[in-house]
Design a protein around this ligand. Structure first.
Ligand SMILES: [Zn+2]
Length: 139
C-alpha cells in the first residue's frame, strides 16, 4: 500500500504516518509496537483492509491465536468506527469497542453482493511490552 494514501482505519492521516508505521516495524522484526489497544485495533483493521494475514497473526495473543488465517478476499473492509477504548501505555489490559464495515469487492456479481457491519468489543493484553489482541465478543 502506498504510504501517501489515506489510511483505511479512518484517522484521516496518511498510511505511512498511521497504521503503516506499525506494519513497517513488524516487517522489520520489531513485533507489535502499537502504543495502545486502540492503535493496535486500528492497525489490525488496516491489516484486514490490505489482506496482511501475517500482521494479524503476529498481533494475536498466543493463547487464542489461530494456527493459520484465511482472509476472505471477496470482502473489502472500508470503514472503522471506534466507539470506545480503554488501556494506555501504563496498562496491561484494555478494550476496544468498534464497528467495522465491509462490502463485496468491486466486480462481484449483483446477486452475490453482501455488505454489513461487524460490531465487536475486543480485549487486548500486553505481553512483554507488546499489545496483543486477546479475543472479542461480537453483537
Ligand atoms: Zn491507520
Amino acid at each position: 500500500m502506498n504510504t501517501d494514501t489515506r489510511c483505511p482505519c479512518g484517522t484521516g492521516n496518511i498510511y505511512g504516518d498511521c497504521c503503516g508505521k506499525f506494519h513497517t516495524a513488524f516487517a522489520r522484526g520489531q513485533g507489535s509496537t502499537a502504543p495502545t489497544p486502540e492503535a493496535l485495533m486500528r492497525s489490525r483493521f488496516t491489516a484486514f483492509a490490505i489482506s496482511d494475514a501475517a500482521y494479524l497473526l503476529a498481533t494475536w495473543h498466543p493463547t487464542t491465536r489461530p494456527a493459520s488465517l484465511e482472509l476472505d478476499e471477496s470482502l473489502r473492509w472500508y470503514r472503522l468506527d471506534i466507539l470506545s477504548s480503554t488501556g494506555g501505555p501504563f496498562d496491561t489490559a484494555g478494550t476496544v469497542e468498534f464497528a467495522a464495515y465491509y462490502r463485496s469487492v468491486p466486480g462481484t456479481p449483483e446477486d452475490e453482493r453482501v455488505r454489513g457491519v461487524q460490531h465487536e468489543k475486543s480485549r487486548f493484553e500486553r505481553v512483554g511490552g507488546e499489545w496483543l489482541y486477546l479475543d472479542g465478543e461480537t453483537s
